[in-house]
Design a protein around this ligand. Structure first.
Ligand SMILES: [Fe+2]
Ligand SMILES: [Fe+2]
Length: 249
C-alpha cells in the first residue's frame, strides 16, 4: 500500500493508518470477495447486519464526504474575511489533502473517469455533452486544490492572500456543488441505466477492491472520520447550529 497516500488521507500520523486498517474490519459494506466469502457467517452478536451498498450509492455517498469538505471551505471563506486568524492553515490543508486523495485521485480519477464517463461519452444526447464539462471541472478543481495546498503549507496565511484565498474557496464550492448535483441527478442515473444490473453488481465489488487497494481498507469510513475531526476542530460539528432562523413576518 502507498504509505504516503494513506497518511495524506489520514491527515495525521501513522496512528491514523491503524484506525484505517481497523475500520476495514468493521466495514458495513458488502460485495467484496472477502465479504462474499464470509456471507454465511452473519453478524456477530450485538453487531448490525451488513447493508449492501450499490455502485451508484457508493459514488453518491462519496459526494457526501466531498460536500462536507465544501461546507468547511464555505465556512472558512466567511471566517477568513471576518478574522483570518480564526482559520488555522493546517485545518484547511487537511481538508484540501482529503479532497485531493479521496475526491480527485480516487473518486474522480479511478472511478468516474475510468468507469462512468467513457460509457456516457459513447451515448447520444444531452448526457454525453456533460462529460467534457465535468472533465474540465475535474482539471480546474485539481489546479485550485494545488493552490490551497501550497498556500496552507505555511504557518499563517499572508494578509495579501486572504481575499484571493476566500474567493478561490467560494468559486471552488460553487463549481463543485453544481458538478456533484449534475452527477447525482443526471450522470449516475444515466450510467446506471446504460450499465445494467449484472455489470453494476460487478462494479460495486470492483469499486471496493480499488478502495481497499488504495487505502488499505474502507476509505469511506476513514474519510468520514477525518471529516468529523476537521469539523470538530473548526467548531462545525453541531448540526443544529445550521438550522435556519424562523421567518419573522
Ligand atoms: Fe466528477
Ligand atoms: Fe463525482
Amino acid at each position: 500500500m502507498d504509505e504516503k497516500r494513506r497518511q495524506l488521507l489520514a491527515g495525521i500520523s501513522l496512528a491514523g493508518a491503524g484506525v484505517l486498517l481497523n475500520a476495514c474490519t468493521t466495514s458495513n459494506r458488502t460485495g467484496s470477495a472477502t465479504n462474499d466469502e464470509n456471507k454465511n457467517d452473519g453478524p456477530a452478536p450485538g453487531e448490525a447486519a451488513p447493508v449492501e451498498v450499490t455502485a451508484a450509492e457508493d459514488l453518491m455517498r462519496e459526494h457526501g464526504i466531498l460536500r462536507r469538505a465544501l461546507l468547511v471551505y464555505q465556512e472558512s471563506a466567511v471566517r477568513l474575511r471576518q478574522d483570518p486568524a480564526s482559520v488555522p492553515p493546517d485545518v484547511l490543508e487537511k481538508t484540501a489533502n482529503l479532497f485531493r486523495v479521496f475526491g480527485e485521485d480516487y473518486h474522480e480519477r479511478k472511478l468516474e473517469e475510468v468507469y462512468i464517463f467513457p460509457v456516457l461519452k459513447k451515448s447520444t444526447g444531452a448526457v454525453a455533452s456533460y462529460v467534457d464539462i465535468l472533465l474540465s471541472q475535474h482539471a480546474r478543481g485539481r489546479e485550485i486544490t494545488d493552490y490551497f495546498l501550497s498556500i496552507t503549507s505555511a504557518d499563517s496565511i499572508p494578509s495579501n492572500s486572504v481575499e484571493p484565498l476566500a474567493k478561490a474557496l467560494e468559486s471552488f464550492v460553487r463549481m463543485y456543488e453544481h458538478h456533484a448535483a449534475i452527477e447525482d441527478t443526471i450522470i449516475f442515473p444515466a450510467w446506471k441505466a446504460a450499465a445494467g444490473e449484472a455489470e453494476l453488481d460487478q462494479l460495486a465489488a470492483k469499486f471496493e477492491e480499488i478502495e481497499t487497494e488504495l487505502f488499505g481498507g474502507d476509505g469511506f469510513e476513514t474519510a468520514l472520520k477525518r471529516m468529523e475531526e476537521i469539523e470538530t476542530s473548526l467548531g462545525l460539528s453541531n448540526l443544529d447550529m445550521f438550522t435556519a432562523p424562523a421567518i419573522i413576518r
